[in-house]
Design a protein around this ligand. Structure first.
Ligand code: ZN
Ligand code: ZN
Length: 455
């Protein structure tokens, strides 16, 4: 029997855990160093792991925050390295940026060091995987849960797409660096963790309605990370070292949960789909990007509201008629072309293989939904109120409303309606579509957020 509560982070790393779900869970993450002065331990750890010539990737920001220090400690330890600092003002993980890293990579290097918690980490996770080299992460802010993720969200053909990649060999989180992170980045990490409420319920419902794999132990691990983080809200506001260490650990535990399930299911649901939709839209419009966790925090509140409407509505479930099922979105393709523009071909292609909107699959799910109404209601009732999450986020000055980060009602409405098309993953958005509630709920949530008459 596994007692998650008392397990130290290191214990999750070094062995495979046989689980009640029928699988053995393990991760290839070998080392996590969360401490004050962690970077000084880097050269010794590299030698211990058997590496002698790292390729260091940073951007202008992360170079100043930790990159230079990484280079310094390696030099002092007589470890040769090659460094690349991506000097574009805003690093976008697209074809051009990845191409640059591939072109500059020195084949004599035996390992990649990603200096950065977000985009740089995503890039290195993928590039190292394709180059057949391991990689390690030097965290620069506790801003998102991608540290130990096994997939890389990258942008191809203007669409955010999740690519298979590899998890890092080691994570170095120097608390002297992380406690100096801007409060907005700490609040973003907090928001990314809060999103686990909705993503875990999406996962649970997907298992119930869509017959998907689900693991109680993995879900419990993520819940534990969530609870510990919430208990630390005040400490985060005051940037207490212990609270920052705990948030970092929670973000890494979520990554380990993803390794355990073999995909991002335990960490990413409908709240992440909204966030990805907004990100792609902002990119198209040439607008300034918003921190991943900031978007996820705001999206979580929106998804919680949708769940609240569902909880009040599901008792009056009306089966859809055969005519409705056939009629479904006759002009769907046109709508997708209008909403996704340059990214539309990728979205349309996805549906040709996923067929998640086909009348046959929808009908199958509706049969289960009808049977499982009481259970769905019971599960939805376990969520916290949207107002409670809003209160927690604002406590550490995190934005809670789309308008605070420049997202307009139209974008939010379209994201609620179409974010589910970005990938084949059953969430509350598909559930509401199944029930023909998505359209009215999208209007309702926009009216609720902006306090304006419904669109
Ligand atoms: Zn399991
Ligand atoms: Zn996230």
């Amino acid at each position: 029997v596994i007692n998650l509560e008392t397990m130290k982070l290191a214990e999750f790393l070094d062995h495979s855990i046989p689980c009640d779900c029928g699988r053995n869970h393990s991760t290839t993450l070998q080392m996590v160093e969360i401490s004050s002065g962690a970077l000084a331990k880097l050269p010794k750890s590299l030698r211990q792991l058997g590496y002698h010539r790292p390729f260091i990737v940073s951007d202008v920001n992360t170079q100043a925050i930790a990159g230079r220090q990484v280079a310094d400690v390696l030099e002092q330890a007589d470890l040769p390295y090659v460094a690349l600092t991506i000097d574009t003002p805003e690093v976008v993980p697209d074809e051009a940026t990845l191409g640059r890293v591939f072109m500059r990579f020195d084949l004599n290097c035996d390992l990649i060091i990603a200096v950065g918690s977000g985009t740089i980490n995503d890039i290195c996770r993928f590039v190292s995987h394709r180059l057949g080299r391991p990689y390690i992460v030097v965290a620069t802010a506790p801003s998102m849960d991608g540290f130990a993720s096994s997939v890389a969200p990258l942008i191809t053909n203007n669409l955010k797409t999740t690519y298979a990649a590899q998890i890092p060999l080691a994570i170095f989180a120097d608390l002297d660096v992380l406690t100096k992170a801007p409060l907005s980045m700490i609040a973003a990490g907090f928001g990314d963790v809060l999103g686990k409420y909705t993503c875990l319920l999406d996962w649970r419902l997907a298992a119930l309605i869509n017959n998907e794999y689900y693991c109680e132990t993995i879900a419990a691990l993520v819940k534990l990370a969530l609870q510990r983080t919430i208990a630390n809200t005040d400490g985060l506001l005051n940037r207490e070292q212990a609270a920052i260490a705990q948030l970092t650990e929670a973000l890494i535990l979520v990554g380990i949960a993803m390794s355990y399930s073999g995909n991002s299911r335990p960490a990413s649901g409908s709240e992440h789909h909204l966030s990805h939709f907004w990100e792609t839209r902002l990119l198209f419009e040439g607008k300034k990007a918003i921190l991943h966790g900031t978007k996820v925090g705001i999206a979580t509140i929106i998804i919680l509201k949708l769940y609240e409407y569902l909880r009040a509505t599901i008792a009056n479930f009306k089966p859809l008629t055969a005519a409705t099922l056939r009629e479904t979105d006759r002009d769907w393709e046109q709508k997708i072309r209008r909403v996704f523009q340059a990214a539309a071909p990728e979205v349309l292609l996805l549906e040709t293989t996923a067929r998640k909107n086909s009348p046959a699959k929808r009908n199958q799910r509706l049969i289960v939904i009808k049977e499982q109404r009481p259970e769905i209601r019971r599960l939805v009732a376990t969520l916290p109120a949207s107002g409670e999450i809003e209160r927690l986020l604002s406590k550490i000055a995190g934005p809670t409303r789309p308008a605070q980060v420049g997202l307009d009602p139209q974008t939010v409405k379209e994201s609620v309606l179409y974010a589910k098309e970005i990938r084949d993953r059953y969430t509350v958005l598909q559930l509401l579509w199944d029930l023909q509630l998505l359209e009215s709920f999208a209007d309702r949530v926009v009216a609720d957020l902006w306090g304006t008459p419904r669109l």
